[in-house]
Design a protein around this ligand. Structure first.
Ligand code: DHB
Ligand code: FE
Length: 290
């Protein structure tokens, strides 16, 4: 059977991708940020999964205002990096896992979560920047990511976004789906986006360190309680784009825990927080199933 061994949580700031792609990661502004991922890259090399189930949000790149799926699973064999206005990032195409993705879609939909099935889409910074942060930049001679990736795109761009509660429950259904796939796959689930940021309006640039730290504490220790936090609290306390953080609850919901009886709490392998990166606070966690 396939199993979820670990979850990774990270912000996805597009300027981080640009800093990597243009060789600026050693500059004083960026250095402390990339330093926070040095452990993570080492950890990833030592814990390479067979598949990453990567929860992210599209930023009106693959989907426009013409079509806004709440939850969309990528079932394709391959996905191209998207052109977000400056040409596609010089990173490899993402290889999918159609068999596992189709199995998850089937299991989760029959479990009452209405996923949209996407057989073709390009992937924007929401997915490629987290991959770069954990996997490093692939060298030109090795133009592939380390393993297949199943993208799950969540609408957090256009209101209404799904509730934290719904995301947390979906994570549990995804775990059940993965654990019923008949192949011995080591799967990681990643939740991306966040942390506090607001890109528009009078409060543009808003950062709330205390709120972010509390979010990380609760995500680790009491995700069930965190999942009941209403959208308005995210917006008021941590800015309009902080709502991206509901995606972290999907990854957290997929982890075994004491609350499911017999399980034990995941182990915190790494925790990092830094302000600023472009307009956001960068938050990052690695949790392993014990
Ligand atoms: C920034 C952050 C985001 O999450 C995003 O999608 C785009 C830009 C920023 O901080 O600049
Ligand atoms: Fe974003």
């Amino acid at each position: 059977m396939a199993r979820i061994t670990a979850s990774v949580y990270t912000s996805h700031v597009p300027a981080i991708g640009a800093a990597l792609d243009h060789g600026k990661s050693g500059e004083p502004y960026w250095q402390p940020i990339f330093q926070g991922y040095e452990y993570s890259q080492q950890w990833f090399q030592e814990h390479r999964p067979d598949v990453i189930f990567l929860v992210y949000n599209d930023h009106a790149t693959a989907f426009s205002l013409d079509l806004i799926p709440t939850f969309a699973i990528g079932t394709a064999a391959q996905f191209q990096p998207a052109d977000e206005g400056w040409g596609p990032r010089p990173v490899p195409p993402v290889i999918g896992h159609p068999e596992l993705a189709s199995h998850i879609a089937h299991s989760v939909i029959v479990d009452d979560f209405d996923l949209t099935i996407v057989n073709r889409m390009d992937l924007d910074h929401g997915l490629t920047v987290p991959l770069s942060l954990l996997c490093g930049q692939p060298s030109p001679g090795d133009f592939s990511w380390p393993c297949p990736v199943i993208p799950l795109a969540v609408n957090v761009l256009h209101y209404p976004a799904p509730s934290g509660r719904r995301c947390f429950q979906l994570g549990k259904a995804i775990r059940k789906a993965i654990e019923s796939f008949d192949a011995p796959l080591n799967v990681q689930i990643w939740g991306t986006g966040g942390m506090s940021h607001q890109l528009q309006g009078a409060r543009a640039g808003l950062i709330n360190r205390d709120w972010d730290k509390r979010f990380l504490d609760l995500l680790i220790a009491d995700p069930e309680r965190l999942s009941h936090l209403p959208h308005i609290d995210y917006l008021r306390e941590a800015g309009s784009e902080s709502i991206e953080l509901v995606m972290w609850l999907i990854a957290r919901g997929a982890m075994a825990d004491v609350a499911d009886g017999g399980g034990s709490a995941p182990v915190v392998k790494h925790r990092f927080y830094h302000v600023p990166a472009s307009n956001t606070a960068v938050g990052h966690l690695i949790l392993e199933n014990s």
